[in-house]
Ligand binder design. Structure first.
Ligand code: MGD
Ligand code: MGD
Ligand code: SF4
Ligand code: MO
Length: 667
């Protein structure tokens, strides 16, 4: 008997699609789009469809495993939980709870995934990771400028006269925005793409501007300089709703167009073209995350924010400096779910430098690492160091549904339920504002258990079982309690499948910003409070000729490591044979310089590591640009993070993954 159920995509993605999932004889047999979802309208990508394969795959972890003499051995849940709890109890007694490091990412958009924090807080507080390798620089930058990173509702784009896609690989990473780009173009809006790689979104654009990686802040500053010089800034907005613009003007007067053109490797004509767009609003800007993964990434986003604000494109329909949309996640009662009040003994490491900090920690040392919703060995910069941190930590535990590179390194591997095997509600703080219900549709494979069950069992053994003495339904109601007044309850959500959250479609339309001054802060008081420059700085990437000429001579090319088309990071790689080899994308000038052809083998290297892959010459890309998609498993050549650097961006909250110089040689 087959039945179709409404559900949602759990993957870490802009789009948070609505699903229709077919279940036959207790097994998921098909994942399709839900045509009734107001934003995603029945269209989903291959990564979503493939969740059927991922759920049923023979590669699924089905039993708890323990490494004994270097080999994994199947053990019972009883043994696994008893031993891990016992070790946690001893660590608490001997070193204090902060000797446990919780390493994680955002791999699942389920609300109840936040229960991991409830567990660790109940334990007494652990070493947590702060910032984000994904979007940390930009989120912090927008917090400084606006007070928060809030995006416009997806349909507001139809009010835009001009759309600027600035460093977002829309056709690959954000398919429903791509659909709207096609539609707004048909309706007469112009589309401009700014990116070092001429990607399929650029093909759709009226204008493509190729920029030197890491130099977008300079480009935005150049455009703003033109607007200032030609008297086309929004004087009313600047005067009434912002602070500090005089300082920006002063800074712009001190830099020349020659310098801007040299740094960005663009032309004055391109800068003027962009100035015309911003002056002739409403112009909406859709920033991507790639361009903030540089040492100067926070500054880059601040300059683009400043351009959008000073040109009058903030707080208006069809405008917006769209980056994240954290108002979505803020809707839920997260504090009740996570209970930060229980934390007595916490410590934070930067997400970017977690391995280094774990290796160096002394007071207390790191005695245990627990990994949930993440695959740090593949995804966190500087793979070699991450590996060393796992190898040197006395006890390591991975909770996952597949045997990732990280899990392989661990002492205990606990099998977790997949999306359709547990009940949760799903949302994404990146794009649209619908929350969706996902019922438990099938039983977990083998002995796999939900994360919630694992936390409950560990908490019982550690003496704080009462914190988890709730059913899944109770926790869901708890998380939704902040929305009751808006009429969003679990019952109604179950009935409807998806509901819009009460968030603004045009953020800042009342010009009440969430900064300390209540205004848009060209000079950020929050930044100053934290000891940073209040004024956005015009900086260059750390690994660039301007910063380190010697390094740039030795390693002349910039290595990007963008997100793969058919996989969500590392997650789909084991299931798609075609993905199981490294492809080295080269800008045409590099191929010519090194006499490389499509299909040749090339080595990409720097002082941190080396990788070998198959050459593919990009049709059009900024000179001296190399790309290797992120997410590759060690069995298929290894992660590009063998080459990336583990350091913090300018505002301390983001990564420098793309701030990475390499050399390439044949063979
Ligand atoms: N298919 C697929 N989709 C995904 C994901 C996935 O793994 N696979 N992951 C999801 C997640 S977690 C995220 S964070 C988002 C990320 O979504 P995006 O931001 O779209 O993707 P990235 O790969 O991070 O960024 C890559 C884009 O930035 C450009 N870029 C790199 N450096 C620069 C620069 O200096 N300046 C400019 N202007 N552009 C630059 C790249 O050429 C590329 O077009 O995608 C989500 N969607
Ligand atoms: N070089 C380079 N590195 C990058 C990036 C880049 O652009 N370049 N992008 C960065 C970005 S934007 C991101 S978001 C990160 C992503 O980094 P990760 O989130 O670490 O990457 P994934 O490969 O998605 O791995 C997630 C793991 O969590 C597991 N998982 C999924 N759902 C659940 C669940 O419900 N419970 C548990 N316990 N586990 C679950 C999956 O099976 C998978 O193994 O990577 C970053 N790393
Ligand atoms: S991965 Fe993204 S685009 Fe694909 S189905 Fe999931 S939410 Fe939709
Ligand atoms: Mo991400």
């Amino acid at each position: 008997m087959s039945k179709v159920h409404q559900s949602a995509c759990p993957l870490n993605c802009w789009d948070s699609c609505g699903f229709l999932v077919t279940v036959e004889d207790g097994k998921v047999t098909k994942v399709d789009g839900d045509p009734n979802h107001p934003i995603t309208e029945g269209k989903i990508c291959g990564r979503g469809r493939m969740l059927e394969t991922k759920t049923n795959a023979p590669e699924r972890l089905r039993y708890p495993l323990k490494k004994i003499d270097g080999e994994f051995v199947r053990i019972s849940w009883e043994q696994a939980l008893d031993e891990i709890a016992e070790k946690m109890a001893v660590i608490k007694e001997t070193f204090g709870t902060a000797a446990v490091l919780h390493s994680h990412d955002y791999a699942n958009n389920g609300l109840l995934k936040a229960l991991d924090q409830r567990f660790f807080n109940g334990y007494g507080g652990v070493t947590e990771i702060a910032g984000s390798i994904c979007w940390g620089s930009g989120i912090e930058a927008q917090r400084w400028d606006f007070g928060r990173s809030y995006g416009h509702g997806p349909l507001d784009i139809y009010h835009s006269k001009h759309v600027i896609v600035w460093g977002r690989n829309v056709s690959r990473t954000n398919m429903h925005l791509y659909h709207h780009l096609q539609q707004v173009k048909k309706k007469g809006a112009t589309l401009t793409v700014i990116d070092p790689i001429f990607n399929p979104t650029a093909k759709l654009a009226d204008r493509y501007i190729s920029v030197k990686p890491g130099m977008d802040g300079w480009l935005a500053a150049g455009v703003l300089k033109v607007l200032c010089q030609t008297g086309r800034t929004d004087a009313d907005f600047i005067q009434k709703h912002s602070v500090g613009f005089e300082e920006i003007e002063k800074l712009l007067r001190a830099i020349s167009f020659d310098e801007i053109i040299e740094k960005t490797e663009t032309s004055l004509e391109e800068i003027e073209y962009l100035a015309d767009l911003y002056a002739d609003g409403p112009a909406s800007t859709f920033m991507g995350l790639g361009m903030q993964r540089y040492k100067n990434g926070g500054g880059t986003i601040r300059w683009i924010d400043a351009l959008a604000a000073a040109s009058g494109n903030v707080g208006i329909k069809g405008g917006g400096a769209n980056f994240g949309n954290v108002q979505v996640g803020e809707s839920f009662a997260k504090t009740e779910l996570t209970r930060p009040d229980l934390k007595k003994n916490a410590r934070t490491f930067s997400m970017m430098t977690q391995a280094e900090e774990a290796l160096n920690a002394a007071d207390p040392p790191i005695e245990m690492i627990i990994v949930t919703c993440g695959n740090p060995l593949t995804q966190v910069p500087n793979t070699k160091k991450v590996k060393e941190a796992f190898e040197k930590t006395p006890v390591t535990v991975a909770i996952d549904s597949i045997m990732t590179d990280t899990a392989k390194l661990c002492d205990y591997v606990l099998p977790t339920a997949a999306v359709f095997e547990e009940e949760d509600i799903y949302y994404s703080s990146m794009y649209h504002h619908y929350v969706q219900y996902g019922k438990k549709l099938v039983e977990p494979q083998g002995e796999a258990k939900s994360d919630r069950w694992i936390w409950t069992e560990l908490a019982k053994r550690l003496g704080f079982g009462e914190l988890f003495d709730y059913r899944t339904e109770d926790f869901l109601k708890m998380g939704l309690s902040s929305l009751e007044e808006e009429g969003i309850t679990l019952e109604r959500l179950k009935e409807k499948g998806h509901m819009p959250l009460p968030v603004k479609q045009v953020p800042w339309d009342d010009f009440q910003f969430l900064t300390p001054s209540g205004k848009f802060e060209f000079i950020s008081s929050l930044a100053e409070e934290k000891g940073y420059s209040g004024l956005p700085r015009l900086e260059v990437p750390e690994e660039s000729v301007y910063h380190d000429g010697g390094l740039a001579e030795k390693y002349p090319y910039t290595l990007l490591s963008i997100h793969p088309q058919r996989s969500n990071h590392s997650q789909h790689v084991p299931f798609i044979e075609k993905l199981q080899q490294i492809q080295v994308d080269l800008s045409p000038d590099i191929a010519e310089e090194l006499a490389l052809q499509d299909g040749d083998t090339a080595e990409v290297y720097n002082d941190r590591g080396r990788l070998r892959g198959r050459v593919k010459i990009m049709k059009q890309a900024h000179p001296k640009t190399v790309n290797i998609d992120e997410g590759m498993w060690s069995a298929f050549g290894g992660s590009v993070n063998m080459l990336t650097k583990d350091s913090n961006s300018d505002n301390g909250m983001g990564s420098t993954l793309f701030d990475c110089l390499v050399a390439v040689k044949k063979g």
